[in-house]
Design a protein around this ligand. Structure first.
Ligand code: IPE
Ligand code: IPE
Ligand code: MG
Length: 237
């Protein structure tokens, strides 16, 4: 498919797994499994279309409020995903990057994630950002701390902190701001995802639940984006 305008950075809040399972009288964990199975096609499609950054929200700083068993299940699915897909990601030129503070995750999973980062670090076709223990507010706070620490270390005057310098301390350092934010599941909120980076994002909402989010739906969102008029505060001439 030819898009008249392709976003550089697409962010997706993968929501609705629990409701998908409930509709089928299945446990929530079955919904997460079905949701995880959707990811591959979306990554592949994004890479083929020339999207430069794809950000997927997998686990938020607020998701720790969920039952222990559900959290454990989500982490297991992630482990399984990494085990089975890192080779393919690497072969397809995809570089993995993590959004969020992974130091709260299980140590074995942390090591697996670090290895995946290393394995894909030389790829440059597309950046795949995965949000894990990620919250936009937490990210901004960490970036402020990091910026200040660097200033203190280098004796830099805070007045000299530029927008670019600050942005290099975000989890998306050197990447484009979000052009398109996709949220399925019928909720009309951002739920703490990429707050800074979505400053001028186009939003695309749908009632469809994440495990039903097909490539066709994705293309529909991208086509819709291609027809949006973005003004960034200016006027169209
Ligand atoms: C999104 O699906 C997955 C995570 C937050 C990890 P949910 O589990 O939030 O599904 P709903 O919103 O309950 O349907
Ligand atoms: C957002 O979904 C987080 C992820 C998809 C990882 P939630 O289900 O946690 O969001 P709320 O609670 O509906 O805002
Ligand atoms: Mg939800």
């Amino acid at each position: 498919m030819e898009l008249t305008k392709t976003p550089n950075h697409v962010a997706i809040i993968m929501d609705g797994n629990g409701r998908w399972a409930k509709q089928r009288n299945l446990p929530r964990t079955a919904g997460h499994k079905a949701g995880a199975a959707r990811v591959e096609e979306i990554i592949e499609t994004s890479g083929n279309l020339g999207i430069k950054s794809l950000s997927l929200f997998a686990f938020s700083t607020e998701n720790w409020k969920r039952p222990k068993n559900e959290i454990k299940n989500i982490m297991k699915l992630l482990e399984y995903y990494l085990k089975n897909n890192v080779e393919d990601l690497s072969k397809n030129g995809i570089r993995l990057n993590l959004l969020g503070d992974i130091s709260k995750l299980d140590e074995a999973l942390q090591n697996q994630l670090k290895l995946a980062l290393l394995k894909t670090e030389n790829n440059d076709k597309m950046m795949l950002n995965i949000g894990l223990n990620y919250g936009g507010q937490d990210e901004i706070l960490r970036a402020v701390r990091g910026t200040l620490m660097d200033c203190i270390k280098m004796g830099k005057d805070p007045e000299e902190i530029s927008k670019e310098y600050f942005e290099d301390h975000l989890d998306t350092a050197k990447q484009a701001m979000v052009d398109l934010l996709i949220r399925p599941s019928g909720e009309y909120r951002i739920s703490n995802f990429l707050l800074y980076q979505c400053a001028y994002a186009e939003f695309w909402f749908s009632d469809i639940l994440w495990p039903d989010f097909t490539k066709e739906k994705y293309l529909e969102a991208l086509e819709d984006y291609a027809n949006r008029q973005r003004r960034f505060g200016g006027v169209n001439v």
